[in-house]
Design a protein around this ligand. Structure first.
Ligand code: N01
Length: 536
């Protein structure tokens, strides 16, 4: 059976960097990847309109100056094909493919206490052994298909944004329905509307969306950004969100109404996430939040011509930012098109499907194709999708029955020598995830080097350290407005999933400082078993 120092699950941005970093440090590694190519989320999410909504000069690796300088981003926010091309460029540049098994899905992993190592089963490549397992499986990688009544009756095409056919899909002239108005739906809807004969948007909950104002980057701007990379990266590393944009420099409640209006308008015109991160009180103070939310609702009413449609698009049931903000290109404008209809399925719920129709309580809609933009089993889906068994054969899924938790969001008590990149309890999805990935991989590499040089055979999070960490994560979240929405941050989008706020809300910089302090304190909160102790 092939045996490695480390098996890495997933060849997305986390898996690629983990492979590069650990290989450079002399660990033998193999990546197991279910897809037929690198890129992870950017390999699967090929829906029309898919692109990043952190600026590309930020949403990219910072660890290699050569990569930074050789690669040139074409747009402020790159489209999915360009991001996937970038992942392929990095894989080639670093010669990563020779250590990746593509088309290989992990089906089970079990810890062998006598060997202090893992045994991993796959669907196509047999079994492996490894001292360490690194789950680089992504926070948003297991698509969620909702339990829609009678969907099996529908004979038209059914597509999920997160599992879009590689060869694309012909929607020209068709009657298309889309369910879901989160980030994926908000990006896909304007593009599908341009192609389809008619697009019906089935919306259950409206989301707040800020314009991206995306566009090509002029040559001089690209050159200037490349020259400024060290400063941009350093600013991102010292920030809340892991991004280089200015943040937390305005207090909504300290401004006059005129100043506030001007500040909201300016952030709206700049576009993107800084509508949230510019304001230090937006996620703490309900009154400040409501003012920011009201500004966006007024924008929606100004953009959308039909007042009933505009009102249906205005989010009113959650604080702005408590569900991840969407960043769009012409989303609200799309509802002024004659070939687009909005259906509020909270007021008029979906009741079933025939071979060619979606029916709601009051209406029926003839459809050729149904697009599901219905999200993910976020943060834990990929970690519970197959059987991971730790000490005494205990399943990770059972361990997390009352809610997911990991010490620093990296290691789980009872699962020695297994690590999660950007797991629950880390900033991950609330930060620029590429930087969050780099920080985890780098911190973990130091830990594994420490283990190698101190002849440590087993690394395990201590239960108390993990419980205390997760209690702090929750206490911090409870001081904010984040838990005031039924969001996927809380697991609320998956029926039966325990509601625990999973991301770390105190920001990237604070989190990194906490990780550094724990390492400096001899990896406090980890039980490190030395070979000598074991022999004794
Ligand atoms: O998924 P979502 P997503 N009947 O969970 C609706 C990242 N991302 O794929 O709110 C009717 O946000 C559901 O309605 P409701 C980003 O972090 C990033 O859009 O539950 N509707 C909601 O409208 C993002 O936050 C990027 O009432 C149903 C939608 O489906 C995360 O991925 C791009 C339903 C799901 O929204 C997830 O985004 C895309 C039902 N039975 C995504 N079930 C970029 O960076 C679900 N819905 C560019």
């Amino acid at each position: 059976m092939p045996e490695y120092d480390a098996l890495i699950v997933g060849a997305g941005f986390a898996g690629l960097y983990a492979l590069h970093k650990l290989r450079m440090l002399g660990f033998s590694c193999r990546v197991l990847e279910a897809g037929t190519g690198v890129g992870g989320t950017w390999f699967w999410n090929r829906y029309p309109g898919a692109r990043c909504d952190v600026e590309s000069f930020s949403y990219s690796y910072s660890f290699s100056e050569a990569i930074e300088q050789e690669w040139t981003w074409s747009h402020r926010y790159a489209m999915q094909p360009e991001i996937l091309a970038y992942a392929n460029f990095v894989a080639d540049k670093l010669d990563l493919r020779r250590d990746i098994s593509f088309g290989t899905r992990v089906t089970a992993a079990g810890y062998d206490e006598s060997r202090h190592g893992w045994r991993i089963a796959t669907d196509t490549a047999g079994e492996f052994r490894a001292h360490y397992v690194i789950m680089a499986t992504g926070c948003l990688s297991v698509p969620k298909v909702p339990d829609l009544p009678g969907l099996e009756n529908f004979r038209g095409g059914i597509l999920h944004t997160a599992d879009w056919p590689r060869e694309g899909c012909e929607l020209a002239g068709k009657r298309v329905g889309i369910i879901g108005t989160g980030s994926s739906g908000v990006q896909a809807i304007p593009i599908i509307a341009r192609e389809a004969g008619h697009l019906t948007v089935f919306q259950r909950t409206p989301n707040f969306s800020i314009p991206a104002w995306n566009g090509p980057l002029p040559e001089d701007q690209r050159k200037a950004m490349k020259a400024e990379y060290p400063a941009l990266r350093s600013k991102a590393r010292n920030s809340y969100a892991g991004d280089y944009a200015d943040e937390y420099y305005l207090t909504i409640m300290a401004m006059t109404p005129e100043q506030r209006e001007a500040a909201f308008e300016l952030r709206w015109r700049e576009g993107g996430f800084n509508y949230q991160y510019a304001f230090r009180d937006m996620m703490d103070d309900p009154q400040a939040n409501e003012l920011a939310a009201d500004f966006v609702r007024r924008k929606i009413r100004a953009i959308v011509s039909d007042p009933i449609t505009a009102e249906a698009l205005c989010p009113k049931d959650h604080p702005i930012g408590s569900k991840r903000l969407c960043v769009d290109t012409g989303y609200y404008e799309t509802f002024n098109r004659p070939n687009v209809t909005l259906v509020d399925v909270k007021a008029d719920p979906i009741t079933g499907f025939t071979a060619s129709q979606l029916t709601t309580r009051d209406h029926s809609f003839a459809l050729d194709t149904l697009v599901l933009a219905t999200g993910f089993d976020a943060m834990t889906g990929a970690l519970t999708a197959f059987d991971i068994r730790g000490r005494a054969g205990r399943r990770l899924k059972d361990t997390w029955q009352a809610g997911a938790g990991a010490y620093l969001g990296i290691a789980v008590a009872g699962f020695p020598n297994l690590f999660v990149i950007t797991g629950p309890g880390s900033p991950s999805v609330l930060a620029n995830v590429i930087l969050a990935i780099e920080q985890h991989v780098e911190w973990l590499s130091e830990l594994l080097l420490h283990a190698r040089s101190h002849r440590i055979t087993e690394i395990e999070a201590e239960r108390k350290a993990q419980d205390d960490w997760m209690a702090d994560v929750r206490a911090s979240a409870d001081r904010t407005l984040y838990p005031h929405a039924n969001s996927w941050y809380l697991g609320a989008n998956v029926p039966g999933k325990p509601r625990v706020f999973m991301p770390y809300v105190d920001g990237f910089k604070t989190y990194e400082a906490a990780c550094e302090a724990i390492a400096a304190d001899g990896y406090r909160g980890f039980h490190l078993l030395r070979e000598t102790e074991e022999a004794a």
